[in-house]
Design a binder for this molecule. Sequence first.
Ligand SMILES: Nc1ncnc2c1ncn2[C@@H]1O[C@H](COP(=O)(O)OP(=O)(O)OP(=O)(O)O)[C@@H](O)[C@H]1O
Length: 651
Amino acid sequence: MSGIAFSDHLSLAVAVRSAYKTYDNEHYVLKGLNLSVPENKIYSLLGPSGCGKTTLLHCLLGRGSLNAGRVVLKYRKISEIGHMPQNVALHKELTISELFLYYGMMFNMDEETVREKSRFLLKFLELPSDQNRVVDSLSGGQQRRVSFALSIFHDPKLLILDEPTVGIMRRGKLLAEKDPLRLLEELGCEYLEDAFLQLCKEDELISEEADITPDLSYILPDKHSGSQTVNYDTPFSMHRFKAQFTKNLWMLRRALLITLFVLVLPFVQISTFQMATGADPIDLPIAFVNREMPYSNSHCSNLSVNIFSDCFMNETSDVYLSCNMLGTLRRKKLKLIEYPTLDAARRAVVKNDVWALLHFHENFTNHLATRFNDGTSVRNDTIEMANIDTYIDQSNQLLSHFIKTKMLQTYREVMKMAFDTCDLDPSISRLPIKFMDPIYGSENTSFRDYTGPSMLSLTAFYIPVLYTGAMLMFEKDGGLLERIMISGMKFSEIAASHFVIQIVFIVVQNFGSMCLMYTPMFFNSPFEGSVVTTYFLLLAISLVGMLFGFVIALLSKSQTDAAYFGIGCNFLMKFLCGMMWPTQGMNHYLQIFSYFLPITLATDALRSLGSRGWDITHPDILLGFGTTLLWIPILGCTAAFIMKKKSNWFE
Ligand SMILES: Nc1ncnc2c1ncn2[C@@H]1O[C@H](COP(=O)(O)OP(=O)(O)OP(=O)(O)O)[C@@H](O)[C@H]1O
């Protein structure tokens, strides 16, 4: 555009006409503001805190829109604009030279020019000559000068500095717009602060005569059509992508410990999980009262071998099956403690000294023999006396389940030995349910084998959420994102540079997690299926996690918001993906909802790949892939929608 002649004769660099801006449709920050900045001039705005200076500058930069009025800039290309934000907004982990190179790359400057410029600006702005100084180690003033240096690094034609100096603004309008010296002269003041005070007093008198807040509602529908601010509508550029990618690598190297922590976090989680779950409890204390034998352990231990020498059903037999059962339970790593009376043993359970109490009646073995011998004519009191009365502390469901399983196994093993010695078929003693060889999995499938795939998918999902969210929020929180976006960086370039680094992370992490989980060298969980399919399913889950991290960062105002959001969703996923309990047991509607989440059916698919040996051709595995991959367009569109609707998403 050749000059902006609203009314002035001068060619204007910036013109604002009748600008109105409100954040809440009630209070106006800008109220019909007019402003003209001639070319080749330094124009300063002075005004109290909160009067709207930053708001105005945002509208000039096209980062905020006016409710009404018009902004026209003569220079609209990003490369023609320099901007220094109010706060320092620097990547403080980088060195001075890295920071200059980063912005140089962003503006497509060659390395030699960057070096020359850096040398000149460091000298000109009296900054430390050692360019390898980390920005964080500079003083506050030096950091501000570095910030200024970056805003003029690419020789902009229009420089916008958000730092109040001269120019007089109050209550959303300009009180005066003149050369400072002329203003001082006209008002007869020595300092601009005095001039400002005098203008405010005059404004106060006018305000008393007429309330200056007019009814502006009629203005709002007009919007700010016709504004011509900075043109951010540039295509994806490789040099900005390279700048962001290189900067991310520098940041990762600088925060090496954190980087390594994020990299190994899945391995730590999976190893901890594998070591902490699934194994049988050892030395679980169990009380017993054995009325079949006199009170004392030692009697029993000498007699328990008799089971192989004599049939317990012989009338003259001195086999004591209670002793065999106690011996077998001991070999199953239960810590058996004998009590003299039932009362004493019960008290031990109540005090939680033991987890269960086993009570063998007098002549337990004889009664058991009679029970099998008498068949249908057996008396009730014989049945009672042939029982092992078992009292369990059911407050811990997993431990009580463990004790019951050990009891049943012990009964089966001892009765098999006893019946074998009697030359009888041991199946007489069994329940009339026979568990044949499992179709999938093994008899020894443990809780760990069940939860393992959930752990794998949750880790594959959540580490990218954490990392992506944290990276984006870090730049957003410090105003860095806003600054680089004003310098022309596009979200697609930020996302792509992050994506490339994150892909390396997830490729390594998922490979390592699978090795840890399934190889004999480490935890050797059962795995029958296709390694490649499993690996690609994990990559798909991680990809969705990464996108979810982007969406969380776009929606959150601060790192705290993002952390709450992330943790909340983590719990939701954990409970709904079937990690704690099979989804089949869920409330019906919740179950349907859970199937639409990105990792629920994928976790089921991982479980089937591991224990059933299915492959990609099986409909359940395809469904696992489908529900996960479906989230890629959903989250992609959500991110695009948020960015379109929330113009200040990067603030
Ligand atoms: N995103 C926002 N949402 C709601 N209100 C806002 C927003 N940004 C600014 N405001 C309000 O608009 C008014 C002007 O704020 P602005 O930041 O433009 O002032 P300023 O003149 O730059 O102040 P300072 O000199 O303290 O930086 C303030 O009352 C502020 O609280």
